[in-house]
Structures are given as structure tokens and as C-alpha cells.
Design a binder for this molecule. Structure first.
Ligand code: PAF
Length: 279
């Protein structure tokens, strides 16, 4: 597997290959888990070349502690990527990506007024900036993102549309541990006890899903999820939203199959977890 740390080296390598090969990009911030490896495997099946990026993007962190705590495991990540047939990894430094503090601001309109956008001001500006840079640097045919960050998928879809990137966005299903906890790099920061409790997030999503299927109103479902977390004091529920899975705007009633998403964010100890269920 080729490793690149500079934009120039990466471009030199890929330039002659671009006309004869399709390129799949898997953007990551490292601390890889099976969810990421599944993205690489999906990309492997659909492209001639697969490149993963590993870059903890400071611009998308609105909380300095979160940035400092973000796990960094480059050597282990590279071994895992190689084991699933990734062709290249791009792991630039912060200076390489941002030689100067970026002044460009991206505004995703109503997409960033809810959920992650509302609770993490500036987050999607940072995501949009780095994804746009990666698209320009790598010029992939397809880019792979996990459904766990559903709102991020919507933001990238908007970025591709508004900036006319010739990139196909591929949303890949959430990969869960046996007990239902969605795989996330942040799970590494959970204590053993918290890890045992964390599957309650998926339990709450399933409960909300079942209640909606039984015909309960969205107001009743939200109240039920509130009381679910009130009886679990280790959690602090930040939001539970039932939204259009494409626009992320809250809905008053369940939409057509595949269009409604139940999304939640909760703090467990020092770790903030998000999860969702599209139905
Ligand atoms: O989902 C992530 O890991 C990040 O938000 C991404 C897409 C790699 C951009 O930094």
C-alpha cells in the first residue's frame, strides 16, 4: 500500500492513472474500526483503485477537548487498511492541509440548523471544507461515507450538488457490534462499564421505531425516549429527532419507506455518541 503525506506526491502518483482507472475515496479521521473497513471493502468492489484518507480535521471540531481526546492510531490504521486491500493512504499533516488558517466559510442553510449542526456550531463548515479539499486533491469517481453520520451524508450530497463535483456519493449501512452499539472511533474512549451501557442508544432507537410503527405520534415517541433516558442517569440525551432522511428537517409524521430517520445524540461519561435508524 502506498502512503502519501503531501498533496504533490499524491497527485503525481494518481495523475497518470486517472484516465484508465476508477478511483474510490474513503475519507476518515483514523482510529479505524470495522465500519471504516467495510467502506473500503465496498469501494474495493466498485473501483479499480481505493484510497483512504486519514486526517483529524481540526476545523470541524468545535470543542478543543474533543479534538485533543480524538484517538490517533496511524500505524495500526495503515495495517488494517492494507489487510482489506486499500491501494493508498493519504495522511497529511495539518500544515499540509491548511498552510494558513482557512477563511472560506460554507453555509449549508437549513441542513445545519438542526441536530449536529445546531449542537456543534461550525462543524459542517469544517467537514465541507475538508471534503471539498479531498475531492480536489484525489479527484475520485466515488466517495464512501457511513450512514452513522447521516447528516454529514446530507451535507456532502449538498456540497457535491452545489459545487458540481463529478463524484458519486455512496452511503454505506451502519456497522454495529453484537449488542447493537454503532461502531465509532469514539467508542475507544468509553470505559468498560460505559461500553456495557452504550447499546441502550440502539435500544432507544428500536423502541422509537416500534412505537411509530404501532401508530404513536411523534410527540408521544419523543416523550417515551425522554423517559427511557431519564431512567438511565449515566446518559444525557442531547436530542432525539425524527426527520426527513435526505433533508434532515424534522417531520410531523412518518414518510414513505426509507425516507424517515430517527436520530439521536447522547453523552455517556465524557463521550458523545450519535446513532440513527432509517425506516
Ligand atoms: O466522518 C468523518 O470521519 C469525518 O467527518 C470526515 C468525513 C473524514 C471529514 O473529516
Amino acid at each position: 500500500m502506498n502512503r502519501f503525506t503531501t498533496i504533490t506526491d499524491l497527485r503525481q502518483y494518481f495523475l497518470p492513472l486517472r484516465s484508465t482507472h476508477t478511483i474510490g475515496l474513503v475519507p476518515t479521521m483514523g482510529a479505524l474500526h470495522k465500519g471504516h473497513l467495510q467502506l473500503v471493502e465496498n469501494a474495493r468492489q466498485e473501483n479499480d483503485l481505493v484510497i483512504a484518507s486519514i486526517f483529524v480535521n481540526p476545523v470541524q471540531f468545535n470543542n478543543p477537548d474533543d479534538l485533543a481526546r480524538y484517538p490517533r492510531t496511524l500505524e495500526d490504521d495503515c495495517q488494517q487498511l492494507e489487510s482489506v486491500g486499500c491501494d493508498a493512504v493519504f495522511a497529511p499533516s495539518v500544515d499540509e492541509m491548511y498552510p494558513e488558517q482557512p477563511t472560506l466559510r460554507l453555509n449549508f442553510g437549513e441542513l445545519e440548523t438542526v441536530m449536529e449542526g445546531a449542537f456543534r456550531p461550525g462543524h459542517f463548515n469544517g467537514v465541507g471544507l475538508v471534503v471539498a479539499k479531498l475531492f480536489n486533491i484525489v479527484q475520485p469517481n466515488r466517495a464512501y461515507f457511513g450512514q452513522k453520520d447521516l447528516q454529514q451524508v446530507a451535507v456532502v450530497r449538498r456540497l457535491i450538488r452545489d459545487l458540481s463535483f463529478p463524484v458519486e456519493l455512496v452511503r454505506c449501512p451502519i456497522i454495529r457490534e453484537t449488542a447493537g452499539l454503532a461502531m465509532s472511533s469514539r467508542n475507544r474512549n468509553l470505559t468498560a462499564d460505559e461500553r456495557n451501557q452504550a447499546p441502550a442508544l440502539f435500544e432507544a432507537l428500536n423502541m422509537a421505531h416500534d412505537l411509530l410503527r404501532e401508530g404513536e405520534s411523534i410527540v408521544q415517541v419523543k416523550a417515551a425516549v425522554d423517559s427511557f433516558f431519564n431512567s438511565r442517569p449515566h446518559f444525557r440525551l442531547e436530542y432525539l429527532e425524527i426527520a426527513n432522511a435526505d433533508t434532515m428537517q424534522p417531520v410531523d409524521e412518518v414518510l414513505a419507506p426509507g425516507q424517515t430517520a430517527i436520530c439521536l445524540a447522547a453523552h455517556l461519561g465524557k463521550v458523545r455518541l450519535i446513532d440513527n435508524l432509517v425506516f
